[in-house]
Design a protein around this ligand. Structure first.
Ligand SMILES: Nc1nc2c(ncn2[C@@H]2O[C@H](COP(=O)(O)OP(=O)(O)OP(=O)(O)O)[C@@H](O)[C@H]2O)c(=O)[nH]1
Length: 269
């Protein structure tokens, strides 16, 4: 499509497998952020009303998601399994940060998650932490087969929250690599994780990026909760997050490259 006049081309249609109609279930009621089984009435009515009047929302709806946790716990694999349906067996450390945009259609409304993958390695922390601000969702990740990484999630959350307002974020605690554990051990680790999730005010999920178990259910849940909050904020007249029309994403990429190369040059970390 011609882009010479500076207008952004229309984005491609949202994939059918990213349409969410039913309110997605939690993993376990013991560590869930919302026990309700359906959308908030006010949000649902607002969406139905707009659809009936063929009146689109003023801004494209978007939430920022920040994924944190120790190195090697599987943050990149978690994101890549959902966004690209791939699983990488070999470990490649994330340098600084990276991000993916995932588009959904929820109750007929286009909605995007901007998912930030941050490096777990200590030496890249100073780059990654610059991207914590403005998150609507924080996902703290640990490796189900490495109990130390579960203990460290409190510290990761504290650091991510230090850049955000209290109560402004949905918090998730995600255990990856559940394919590596026998049932008994898995149940024990889940019980430990649920205790920590409760302390953190987080919703717990156990997933496997290798087998794909619970990956879609988890991200649909994240998208649905973030979307609903976005609609309710809009109805309250708060400033909703806006994704812009592509140029802000490009400038994020430019900033990312610049910050990473400066940081590497300075070798400060
Ligand atoms: N068996 C199994 N291995 C996994 C799973 N998820 C990730 N891995 C492996 O764990 C290693 C680390 O995965 P990454 O996703 O790169 O880890 P990361 O947390 O992004 O690491 P950093 O970028 O250093 O912060 C890789 O060798 C993956 O193949 C999983 O669900 N099951």
């Amino acid at each position: 499509m011609d882009n010479r006049n500076g207008m952004m081309p229309f984005p491609p249609p949202i994939s059918r497998d990213r349409a969410i109609c039913e309110f997605p279930k939690c993993y376990t009621p013991e560590a869930s952020l919302q026990l309700k089984k359906d959308w908030d009435n006010q949000a649902r009515e607002a969406c139905n009303d707009r659809a009936a009047r063929h009146q689109p929302w003023d801004r494209q709806k978007m939430s920022k998601v920040v994924v944190v946790g120790d190195l090697n716990v599987g943050k990149t694999c978690l994101i890549n399994r959902f966004c690209k349906n791939v699983f990488e067996r070999d470990y490649k450390a994330t340098i600084g940060v990276d991000f993916e945009i995932e588009r959904f259609e929820i109750s007929g409304v286009p909605f995007s998650l901007q998912i930030w993958d941050t490096a777990g390695q200590e030496k890249f922390k100073c780059i990654a932490s610059a991207y914590y601000r403005g998150a609507q969702v924080i996902i703290t990740v640990f490796d189900m087969a490495d109990i130390k990484s579960l203990d460290h999630t409190r510290q990761w959350l504290q650091e991510a929250m230090s850049e955000n307002e209290n109560d402004s974020c949905f918090i998730f605690l995600v255990g990856t690599k559940n394919d590596l554990l026998p049932t008994e051990e898995r149940e024990r680790t889940e019980r430990d994780a649920i205790k920590i999730a409760t302390e953190m005010n987080a919703e717990f999920w156990a997933v496997s990026s290798k087998t794909g178990e619970n990956i879609e259910g988890f991200f649909f849940r994240v998208a649905a909760l973030a979307f609903e909050r976005c609609i309710l904020k809009d109805l309250e007249g708060g400033a909703p997050a806006s994704i812009g029309r592509g140029d802000s994403i490009k400038s994020d990429h430019a900033k990312l490259e610049e910050a990473t190369s400066q940081e590497m040059k300075r070798n400060c970390c």
